[in-house]
Design a protein around this ligand. Structure first.
Ligand code: ZN
Length: 393
């Protein structure tokens, strides 16, 4: 028995838990994602031939998926959940942000969430992730990054990890030449993944991460969450984190951030800021969504707000509800600052899965958006922002 094994066996019952976890680990992600990530697919507009042709030439970009949390083979088409490489190809996705979750408290909710418990620990054990990930959030992020890299390596060029401006340009050039490779950007959901240690930021950068959502459902050492207990602003440690992020080429993502934190960042950011997945209070007034001031502030940085596809973000479950939120955000922030932030496989229902972006395009066209505007919303804006925030080679 190795020393490492001896050191953790004495934890009461843990050995049995591991055994059970290993037995069920292959089935767990499939069952859990089928239950947690349904696709609504009702009330969708019928795509016209014209829209289908237009869509077939689009470069779509999506700012947020939690797909790496689940141990699923992304190279294979599945009939459940929201996302895999074949469905991203059908959806004409040119750029997909894979954002990793490292901690989710029990009973998390959009009003008041305490940081004192964690469901992801159970998931790491149930999916038989390496022991080092069980008690360390940085390791959980690094493990998920490795999964994405492995998927890209085994994809035969269908998925490419994008870490520099040149790599993004290269993905777009290949697509123009008819090779439909998908660019993948790694992001963090919650800077608690740093484990209070600024040096971990460089480790995450070196593993390929290029955006950091500062907070998730609870307040952390960087700043307040919109769903936390105190909902404070940027801390002194947080200031050091974001300064370093901008220096090395990591985008700041304010999804889930408290209003004070949003205010603090928008007052100091020197690079375009993202709110990767959100709704707008103007069409759906709740604690999950952002107000007009945040929309305008993000536009001033040259950044982007990704409008989500789940009912709590848009107070509805149709493509028309999504378009209404997009329309509102465009009116307040401008056409260059609104995009798609699906939250596919994020333990929420989605209006459409990754293969269904044609329905969003049709709904935008039906509501009077011009083709140039649809191009921007569906991907052009996100590509422009990452061209700016990604590091030069
Ligand atoms: Zn989220």
């Amino acid at each position: 028995m190795s020393a490492l094994l001896r050191s953790w066996i004495p934890w009461r019952g843990l050995g049995l838990l591991v055994l059970i976890a290993v037995c069920i680990s292959s089935a767990t992600p499939r069952i859990v994602t089928r239950l947690l990530n349904p696709t609504i697919s009702s009330g969708l507009p019928q795509p016209t031939l014209e829209a289908i042709t237009f869509h077939s030439e689009l470069n779509v970009a999506d700012l947020h998926t939690d797909a790496l949390l689940w141990d699923l083979d992304l190279l294979k088409h599945r009939s459940s959940g929201h996302i895999d490489i074949p469905r991203l190809e059908t959806g004409r996705i040119a750029l997909q942000s894979f954002t990793v979750v490292t901690k989710s408290p029990f009973g998390q909710n959009i009003r008041h969430t305490s940081p004192d418990s964690d469901l992801i620990t159970l998931l790491t054990v149930a999916q038989a992730w390496p022991v080092r990930t069980w008690g360390n959030l940085t390791e959980r992020a690094l493990h998920q990054a490795k999964k994405l890299q492995r998927t890209a390596n085994n994809s035969g060029g269908r998925l490419t990890l994008v870490q520099t401006q040149n790599q993004l340009t290269d993905v777009l050039r290949r697509r123009e030449e008819g090779d439909n490779t998908i660019g993948a950007i790694l992001g963090i959901e919650g800077a608690h993944a740093l484990e209070r240690d600024l040096t971990q930021l460089e480790r995450l950068y070196n593993a390929g991460f290029r955006s950091v959502g500062l907070t998730h459902f609870f307040d952390n050492e960087v700043g307040g969450s919109a769903h936390g207990l105190d909902k404070g602003g940027l801390t002194a440690f947080g200031m050091k984190v974001v300064t370093r992020m901008e220096e090395i080429g990591m985008a700041i993502d304010l999804a889930h951030a408290s209003p004070s934190l949003i205010n603090d960042i928008l007052g100091t950011a020197s690079q375009p800021v993202l709110i990767s997945h959100t709704g707008v209070k103007g069409t759906c007034d709740n604690e999950r969504n952002v107000g007009d001031e945040a929309l305008r502030g993000v536009a001033v940085t040259g950044g982007l707000v990704g409008i989500g596809l789940w009912p709590e973000a848009i107070c509805g479950d149709t493509a028309a509800d999504w378009v209404q939120a997009v329309q509102y955000a465009v009116e307040v922030a401008g056409i260059d600052h609104v995009g798609l932030g699906s939250d596919w496989d994020g333990a929420v229902p989605a209006i459409v899965d990754a293969s269904g972006t044609i329905y969003l395009v049709q709904a935008l066209l039906d509501n009077g958006f011009e083709r140039d505007e649809v191009r921007k919303i569906m991907g052009g804006n996100a590509i422009r922002v990452f061209r700016q925030t990604l590091p030069a080679p």
